[in-house]
Ligand binder design. Sequence first.
Ligand SMILES: *[C@@H]1O[C@H](CO)[C@@H](O)[C@H](O)[C@H]1NC(C)=O
Ligand SMILES: *[C@@H]1O[C@H](CO)[C@@H](O)[C@H](O)[C@H]1NC(C)=O
Ligand SMILES: *[C@@H]1O[C@H](CO)[C@@H](O)[C@H](O)[C@H]1NC(C)=O
Ligand SMILES: *[C@@H]1O[C@H](CO)[C@@H](O)[C@H](O)[C@H]1NC(C)=O
Ligand SMILES: *[C@@H]1O[C@H](CO)[C@@H](O)[C@H](O)[C@H]1NC(C)=O
Ligand SMILES: *[C@@H]1O[C@H](CO)[C@@H](O)[C@H](O)[C@H]1NC(C)=O
Ligand SMILES: *[C@@H]1O[C@H](CO)[C@@H](O)[C@H](O)[C@H]1NC(C)=O
Length: 817
Amino acid sequence: MGTLSFTLLSIIFLLIFFTEISWAADAISGTQSITGNSTLVSKDGNFEMGFFSPDGSTNRYVGIWYKDISARAVVWVANRQNPINDSSGTLMINSTGHLVLSQKSGVVWSANPAKPIQTPILQLLDSGNLVVRDDKDENLESYVWQSFDYPCDTLLPGMKLGWDLKTGLQRRLVSWKSSDDPSPGDLTWEIDINNYPESVMFRGSEKYYRGGPWNGLRFSGAPELKPNPLFKFEFVFNEDEVYYTYNLLNNSEKSRIVVNQTNGYTRDRYAWNSVTQSWDVFATVPRDNCDKYALCGAYGNCIIGESPVCQCLEGFKPKGNLMDWSQGCIRNKPFNCQDKDSSGFLKFRSLKLPETAYSWVNESLNLKECKAKCLSNCSCTAYANSDIRGGGSGCVMWFGDLIDIREFQAGGQDLYVRMHASELGSKTKRTVRIAVIVLLVTVVVCGVLLVAHYIRRRKCLEEHAGTNGIIMNQNNAGQTEDLEVLFFDLDKIVKATNNFSSSNKLGEGGFGPVYRGTLKDGQEIAVKRLSMSSGQGQNEFKNEVILIAKLQHRNLVKLLGCCFQGEEKMLIYEYMPNKSLDSFIFDQRKSEMLDWSKRFHIICGIARGLLYLHQDSRLRIIHRDLKASNVLLDKEMNPKISDFGMARTFGGDQSEGNTNRVVGTYGYMAPEYAIDGLFSVKSDVFSFGILLLEIISGKKNRGFYHLETNLNLIGYAWRLWKEGRPLEFINPFLRDSSNHSEVLRSIHVGLLCVQEHPEDRPSMSYVVVMLGGENALPEPKQPGFSLGKDTVTADSSSNKVESSSTNEITVTLLEPR
Ligand SMILES: *[C@@H]1O[C@H](CO)[C@@H](O)[C@H](O)[C@H]1NC(C)=O
Ligand SMILES: *[C@@H]1O[C@H](CO)[C@@H](O)[C@H](O)[C@H]1NC(C)=O
Ligand SMILES: *[C@@H]1O[C@H](CO)[C@@H](O)[C@H](O)[C@H]1NC(C)=O
Ligand SMILES: *[C@@H]1O[C@H](CO)[C@@H](O)[C@H](O)[C@H]1NC(C)=O
Ligand SMILES: *[C@@H]1O[C@H](CO)[C@@H](O)[C@H](O)[C@H]1NC(C)=O
Ligand SMILES: *[C@@H]1O[C@H](CO)[C@@H](O)[C@H](O)[C@H]1NC(C)=O
Ligand SMILES: *[C@@H]1O[C@H](CO)[C@@H](O)[C@H](O)[C@H]1NC(C)=O
C-alpha cells in the first residue's frame, strides 16, 4: 500500500517536473508551439506568457502577465480584438518569422517580422517584452518584431510611449473595453507630435486630459513629476524619435502605468507592495477638475480652490455668461498688429502651458529673440521658454487662442501673453524709469527701515507698543530675537474689514469674532478680534503672538501680524478660503467634497502639525483645544491647525502640568484633563483621536448619541471594533470609494489615541509612523469616556460643566483650589 502510493506520488511528481521543465523556457523556435496551459517564462521569472481568459469571460487570449502575483495583472494582449472562442488555440513562430495564432477555424492573429530572417526564435525577455529575432544574429538586441512596439493598456518600464518618426510607428496606450473584454476601449494616452510635442489623453475622439508639452524637466501640466525613489523618466525628442519612457531605479521593484476606463477614466501608476502583496496606486490623472481639458475655455485660467475655479486671465473678460465657462474669455481690448508699439506682453506666472496644437518652437532662440519674433507675426499670441532648465532657454510661440491653462501653487511656468498696450498697466510702459524708481524707493525704504528698526529695538524692549514694525522678544538667555511679526495700524484693519462689518464676519472663536479682510494690495487676511470681555488678557495675547511667530510649519496657520492699540487687540492671520474642517465633515452636502483620500491627507497633515508642536518646534507646545473648528483648510484642502491662545510652553523635559484654569472644548477633552485639570501632550493626543474618529464617521463626538446602545461616538467605535465590523463606522458615502486598509488603520489609531490612561496613548510621533506604515499595531483597550453621554457629566463629578454642555463651544473654567 505504502509503496504503491509512493510510486504514484513519484510519478505525479515526475509528471509535474517534466511539464515544468518543458515549459519553464523563455523561448521557442521552429516546430515548438504554445498551446493550452503551456507558457513561456522570462529568465528572471518575473513575466509569463500564455493563454488566459479574463475573469467573467470564456474567451481566450494570448497575453503576458506578472508571474507569481496572485492578483493577475495582464500587461499585454496579442489578439485583443480576436478572441479564441473554443478551447483550441496554438501560438507558433513559422519559418519566415511570422508569429501565428490559430484556432480550429483558422488563423485569428498574426504578427509580421520587419524583415525575413533565417532562424527565427520567439523569446520573452525579463522586461516583459516578447520579441522575435534571428537566433544566428550576434546582436541580441536586434528584433524583427517586439510586443513593446504594440502596447495595449499598460506602459512597462523601458517601453516607449510615442513615435518612431523614421517608420511612422506610433506607440500609444488604449484601455480595455471592460475588465472582461480586452478589446480597445475609449481611453487613450499618446504623444501628439505638434511642433512642440505634448502628452495627451483622449476619451473617444475628444481630448480629455493634457499632460502638456515637455519643458526639459517634466510635462508642463505635471509639476509632481519629480525625481523620486521609484523610477527615473526621460523624454526624447529628436529627428528620429519622440517618446516618453521610464525605468525603475531598483529592478526588483515592480511598477506599471495603466489607462483604465472602468475606473472613471483614469491613468494610474501602480507600484507593487511586497508587504501587503497588492498594487498600490502611486499617482493618478486627471487629478482634479482643473485637469479637465479646456474646462475654462480660451484665455480662461483654472485655479483649484477658487470659486468658481475658472477665472479670465488679466486683461480678459468672460465671453458668455458666467455659468458656461466653456466659451472662455475675450480681450478687454484687442491689440492692433499694424502699430508695433500698441501691443506688448504681460507675464503670467506658475501656469500649465496652453495647448500646443498651433505652436512653433526653436531651441536656439532666447527669450528676447522669442519676444521679437512673436511681435513680428500678427497671429502670435504668446511666447515662453521651451526649456526651463538652467534658468530657461529656447522659444515656443503660440498662434491663435490660448486653451487649457491652469495655475499651479508651485511648479508652473511663466507665459508671456500678448496684450493691447493699455492693458499692460504701468508695469511695462517705462521699464527703465520704473527700474530707477524701484531702486530709489528700495534704497529709501531700506534706510527708513534700518532707522525705524534701530529706534524700535530700543523702544520695544521697554514695552510692546507701536504702529508698524517688528516685535522683539527677549529669550531666556537675555538675547533679543527678531520675530518679524508685523504690527498693523488699526486704521488699516478697520478699512480692510470694512469697519468689522457683519458681512465680513467669518465666525466666532473662543475669544471673540473673526473677520475676513482685504488689504490695499489685495492680500486677504483673517482678523481675530479679541473681545474686550474675553478671558484672553494681555498675557495670553502676547503669549499667542510670540508663540505663533516662532512656529513655522505647513500644517499650522501662519500669523501675519498683530495689532494692539488702546483696548483693541487683534491677530492677523493668512486667510483660509475653505474655512474650517467642521464646516465640511459635519455638513451633509459639503462632506461629499472630501473623499477618503482627501480625508486621509487631512488626518496625516493634522498629525504632522501636532507632532511639530509637541516635538519638533524649538518649544514644546500643548495645544489644549484641538477640534474640528480649529483646523482650517487652505485652497488645496491642506489642513492647518489654528488657535494657539491656550497653548502652553514648556521648557526642557517638563511634559505634564497642572492648571487651575481648565480650558478646552467638551467632547475633545481627555478624562484626566476635564476632571483633574491635568494636561500633557497626551491630552492633545486624546483630542486628536476624537477628531480622527469624527473625520472618519462624519459625526460629532459631542452630540452623537446612539439611541439603542446608549453609546457616544467613542463607545460606538469601540463596540463596532470589538464586534469585528469596524467598517460600519465610516461615513456611509465613503464606504465604497475608500481604501479599506487605510480606514481600518485610521480607526485603529483613533482608538489607541482615546485610551483612558494617558500612558496607554501613543505619542504623536508614533501616531505619524502608524498612519503611514504597514506594521502591526498594538491592540486598543476600552477607551476613556466611552460609556455614553451621561457618563461624561457624571464622571466629571461636578456641576461646573453644566453650563457648557449645550454644544460645541469652548469652555474656560476656573477651578476653585
Ligand atoms: C489547463 O489547466 C486546467 C486547470 O489546471 C485544466 O482543467 C485544463 O484541463 C488544462 N487544459 C489543458 C489543455 O491542459
Ligand atoms: C468562433 O469563431 C469563429 C470565427 O471567428 C466562428 O466561425 C465560430 O462560429 C465561432 N464559434 C462559436 C461557438 O461562437
Ligand atoms: C507564416 O505565416 C504568415 C502569416 O500567416 C504567412 O503569410 C506565411 O506564408 C507563413 N510562412 C510559411 C513558410 O508558412
Ligand atoms: C531593491 O528592492 C528589493 C526589494 O524591494 C530590496 O530588497 C533591495 O534592498 C533593493 N535594492 C536596493 C539597492 O535598494
Ligand atoms: C481598473 O479599475 C478597476 C476599478 O478600480 C480595477 O478593478 C481594475 O483592476 C483596473 N484595471 C487595471 C488593468 O488595473
Ligand atoms: C532657429 O533659430 C536659429 C537662429 O535664428 C536658426 O539658425 C535656425 O534655423 C532656426 N531653426 C528652425 C528649425 O527654425
Ligand atoms: C506667422 O506664423 C504663422 C504660423 O507659423 C505662419 O503661417 C505665418 O506665415 C507667419 N506670418 C508672418 C508674417 O511671418
